[in-house]
Design a protein around this ligand. Structure first.
Ligand SMILES: CC(C)=CCC/C(C)=C/CC/C(C)=C/COP(=O)(O)OP(=O)(O)O
Length: 294
């Protein structure tokens, strides 16, 4: 188990205004993961908010949602700011809270750098039809690396933590890709792997791929992979003390309901609205919080 250096029933020892600024970034983003993070004891919750706020800030740079002449160099400069944190230097509210989280939970620099490298993959030329290895690397960087930071904050046992991050990160990211195909196409992006596009005769072009006959079959293969990662993540979570995986169970439950809705709708018209039963989703998340996986 990761050694925690302070009593996590208290918030991180940071200025209240710094903690408030970080929480505002999370609340403004409207992320579906907010609920999972809010059930944590205060110290761990502050740590997760800092991680999520960091991810949001670098993601917004990569997506061009914050004004930067050169998003890639803005991301590179974040690598320098992360290195400075590991030297004990923090200049902004987010950096100060991140620094405390790094100290309290023993977070690894490599995982922050992996996340930035993942965001750099989304900078400049849009990702279109990556090969399988590149897609897997992308999922590892933008999701499993977030998971590797998260499990340290949750206090998940080391034996299961990184494997849980591996599987749950990939499960969530693949579901996200399957959910956002139309939205990504509008940005000129296509995260479906080249090998599967060829096998299903789907053009490696974001707009054309949307209405290709083979898209539904291809997406069902990726959905099967996501389900398999969810199953493996669930098996690992069963081996851990409940409190150390509760937010992970809630995130998994929420995205599993989304994946099931996607599989019901299919991908013959990926722009069709997705009918996710909010009662079902809330119930699944409540049960997950209580330690029951559907
Ligand atoms: C062990 C563990 C906790 C692993 C999971 C790590 C993790 C939280 C990965 C995030 C992956 C993902 C699909 C983010 C989208 O966030 P978003 O805020 O854009 O999602 P939304 O659009 O559904 O709100």
């Amino acid at each position: 188990m990761v050694s925690v250096r302070h009593n996590t029933s208290q918030g991180l020892p940071c200025a209240p205004s710094d903690l408030r600024q970080v929480e505002e970034i999370v609340n403004r983003s409207g992320t579906s993961f907010g609920r999972g993070m809010k059930i944590l004891p205060p110290g761990r919750r502050d740590g997760m908010f800092a991680i999520y706020a960091f991810c949001r800030v670098v993601d917004d740079i990569a997506d061009g949602d914050t004004p930067h002449d050169d998003p890639a160099s803005a991301l590179e400069s974040w690598k320098g700011r992360i290195a400075a944190l590991y030297e004990g230097q923090a200049d902004t509210a987010l950096e100060r809270v991140l620094l405390e989280a790094i100290r309290q939970f023993g977070l690894r620099q490599d995982d922050f750098i992996a996340i930035i490298d993942g965001m750099l993959m989304d900078c400049g030329e849009p990702v279109v039809a990556p090969d399988e290895a590149t897609l897997d690397l992308y999922c590892d960087r933008v999701a499993s690396a977030v998971g590797r930071l998260s499990v340290r904050i949750f206090g998940t046992p080391e034996e299961q933590g990184d494997r849980l991050a591996y599987h749950l990160g990939r499960a969530l990211q693949l579901t996200n890709i399957l959910r956002d195909i139309a939205e990504d196409a509008a940005r000129g992006r296509l995260y479906l792997p080249a090998e599967l596009l060829r096998r299903y005769s789907v053009p490696a072009d974001p707009a054309e791929a949307l209405y290709a006959v083979g898209l539904d079959g291809l997406c069902r293969i990726l959905a099967g992979r996501a389900k398999d990662h969810f199953r493996r993540a669930t098996a690992l979570m069963k081996q851990c003390p409940a409190a150390t995986v509760r937010p992970a169970r809630i995130m998994a439950a929420s995205y599993r309901v989304t994946l099931a809705a996607l599989c019901r709708r299919g991908w013959r018209n990926p722009e069709a609205p997705l009918r996710v039963c909010s009662v079902r989703k809330k119930l699944a998340m409540l049960l997950a919080a209580a330690g029951v996986s559907l």
